[in-house]
Design a protein. Sequence first.
Length: 105
Amino acid sequence: MSGPDIQRQCGSRSDPLAGCSQEPNVEGRVYKSEAECVSDTYLEDGSCSDVFEIGQKVHQESGPRYESMSLCLDQHGNQCTETPAPGYSYFTPLAGHPQKPRAVG
């Protein structure tokens, strides 16, 4: 982000860095299902199907993968599935299911 985009987020041209953040706005929401997205008002009607499909593809390509079901279950609870691949299988959490919280101490 540069030029006018930063100035719009940062204020006046006379002092372009005062209170300025060059970080992009990445605010969003995570849904476990398309129906959950539709029931919310965050996205425009009709967008949920497209963005949910994109999210599923991103999850398949870059989501966490485990060599064993037990490790996946340990990290994500009862929300894992086996995914076959040519010559092997791996285990992934279902899309939209975050890692289980861990006690610190």
